[in-house]
Write a protein that binds this ligand. Sequence first.
Ligand code: PGA
Length: 239
Amino acid sequence: MNVVSVKDYQELSEYTCNEIERVVRSTPHSVLGLATGGTPLGTYREMINGFKERNVDYRHVTTFNLDEYIGLGRDHPQSYYTYMMNNLFKHINVSPENIHIPNGSAEEMDSECLRYERLIEEIGPPDLQILGIGSNGHIGFNEPGTSITSETHIVELAESTRKANARYFSSLDEVPQHAITMGIQSILKSKRILLLASGSHKAKAVKTLLECLPDEQFPASVLKGHGDVTLVVDESAGG
Ligand code: PGA
């Protein structure tokens, strides 16, 4: 695993945006794997600036998002669909038909998992996948113990994940119990991965990641088995 240490959140966001823009400029039909949560918000802000000020063109780009809550509905203010629209997609020229986010309101969730994984196979895999890291080491919504062979699947969210995400809801009770997520195996199909960690609340996870052997009990560590992963970490997260 390569490590890029940056000063702070702004530098992390600029570095990540720069890597994305490099991929998009060199391969106009590139496939991007995108994440939600607090960490990529700065990257998306920089991408919007790049679209407006540096003429970065997303017209032919395809995107895959990692995960979605089950039971919120796509127009719910806290759905990841809404997050992606508000924080990135409606501000750049990506084509709506090229945007892929798991459907957390599908009638048959098992079929939805298969459909999504097939789509990744057919159109993907991402040239570049952006990932955050949970304090318990989760990537996407792959909680500790998730099999390295997992593809897109339904998960029960860990209590620590629901608590971490409760800040976006009016109470913990409103945070969904389940989600649909690309699996570890699906994520490992990406050609290149940037794992982002910012802030002192991520320092323990970063330390564990750097010190441990690949272990399903700490999902981010299995990325060590992938040939092209870069941890982008700022000083407060231990970089
Ligand atoms: P965060 O979440 O970016 O909001 O810290 C990362 C994660 O839990 O995967």
